[in-house]
Design a protein around this ligand. Structure first.
Ligand SMILES: *Cc1c(COP(=O)(O)O)cnc(C)c1O
Length: 400
């Protein structure tokens, strides 16, 4: 019986391998950065890193490391408790208040990850009488969170405002009490921005709330890096923002919901991943607090990131690659075929460029790609090195 179970798992794993979908993790022998050391047994080799969410390049920032160390000294290693039992540290509350100030909301609540924030945000706020209307390309954690709520679920094709309107009408026709439109601020696989002005206009016309998951924007897009609502000029028309401390804002870990006071207060009472999971480690909270302070003032890093984005796009287009259009630091290089994406990733690896190939089921069939991400941690020379490596690998594989 148990032997058959483990055999069954081995067969599933073999199938994943046969389908060419097996994911292997590379090991990095040092901090995250623009150039990283890849560990292969005893061997170390340096590569230019185009696949981290380290947009502002803060993951190894000395002031953040120092702040984390000071947090460790002052507040210890861990909390060993959930907050409603043992309380939070002053540090956790300070971080919540700083996130709320940064994003311009009444308050914020911390979770162990944005995956948990999205997993816990819907169920306490909306019931069976309500409707959640979700973009089909929303992050997995939103999909899971929506599933955990009792609200009626509606989906609209990525960025399709006509379909969104149709779904709003359907929800009204079904007698929905409250309606919530939920979208990623930046869609991670394509780098597309959500059309927040249109979403907010439709929300207002149909009396719906708007929630934006801004994980791929907070810290680097919009004024002071306040994210897509600010970038799109709808900062005061989005009611709920979820985000992560694991990308631009230092890249450690932790997630949050920033929203009006009653939303935050109810989540503290009812959000299950908040109630039944440990508080963030003090060092992470202290480092993240410093990361927000640095991010707010980091116009230099934001301009470098934007300049790299332009430079890489121009260089790659000149080299003959097909890119998805866009302006965010997520730049997908389209190869369409899964095999080609894998071969290209391997050829780039051999040329000292670290990228990730994405193919079905992560992206639709026929839309395989190498997703590249720019970072302020890269130098201009790194960006040029990466373009040259792409051109060389592309020629070698006869893709350009
Ligand atoms: C990365 C990401 C998450 C998960 O964030 P974690 O803090 O790493 O759990 C959620 N939503 C979106 C859109 C993301 O890109």
């Amino acid at each position: 019986m148990t032997a058959r179970f483990f055999e069954h798992l081995q067969e599933t794993l073999a199938q994943i391998e046969d389908d060419g979908l097996y994911k292997r993790e590379r090991l990095i022998a040092g901090p995250q950065g623009g150039r990283i050391e890849i560990a292969e047994g005893e061997r170390r080799r340096q590569v230019v890193n185009l696949c981290a969410n380290n947009y502002l390049g803060l993951a190894d920032h000395p002031d953040i490391v120092a702040a984390a160390r000071a947090g460790l000294d002052e507040f210890g290693f861990g909390m060993a408790s959930v907050r409603f039992i043992c309380g939070a540290q002053t540090l956790h509350r300070a971080l919540e208040q700083e996130i709320a100030r940064y994003l311009g909301t009444d308050d914020a609540i911390l979770f162990a990850a944005c995956f948990d924030a999205n997993g816990g945000v819907f169920e306490p706020l909306l019931g069976g009488e309500d409707a959640i209307i979700s973009d089909t390309l929303n992050h997995a954690s939103i999909i899971d969170g929506v599933r955990l709520s009792k609200a009626a679920r509606y989906r609209f094709a990525n960025g399709d405002m006509d379909e969104l309107e149709t779904r709003l009408k359907e929800a009204d026709a079904a007698g929905a009490r409250f309606k919530l439109i939920v979208t990623d601020g930046v869609f991670s696989m394509d780098g597309y921005l959500a059309d927040l002005p249109s979403i907010c206009a439709l929300a207002e016309r149909y009396g719906a709330l708007v929630m934006v998951d801004d994980c791929h924007a907070t810290g680097h897009l919009g004024q002071e890096g306040r994210g897509t609502p600010t970038l799109s000029g709808v900062g005061d028309r989005v009611q709920i923002i979820t985000g992560t401390l694991g990308k631009s804002l230092g890249g450690a870990m932790g997630g949050f919901v920033a929203a009006p006071q009653p939303v935050i207060d109810l989540l503290r009472q009812r959000a299950r991943p908040y109630l039944f999971s440990n508080s963030l480690a003090p060092a992470v909270a202290a480092g993240s607090l410093k990361a927000i302070a640095i991010a707010r003032a980091a116009d230099d890093r934001r301009s470098r990131l934007a300049a790299h984005t332009k430079r890489f796009r121009a260089g790659m287009e000149a080299a003959g690659f097909e890119l998805l259009p866009g302006s965010t630091p997520i730049i997908p290089v389209m190869l369409h075929d899964a095999r080609k994406a894998q071969d290209m990733a391997a050829a780039l690896d051999a040329r000292g460029v670290f990228v990730a190939g994405f193919f079905f089921p992560v992206v639709p069939k026929g839309k395989a790609r190498i997703r590249t991400q720019m970072s302020a941690a890269l130098t201009e020379a790194d960006v040029d090195f990466a373009i040259d490596a792409f051109a060389d690998a592309g020629h070698a594989l006869r893709l350009v």
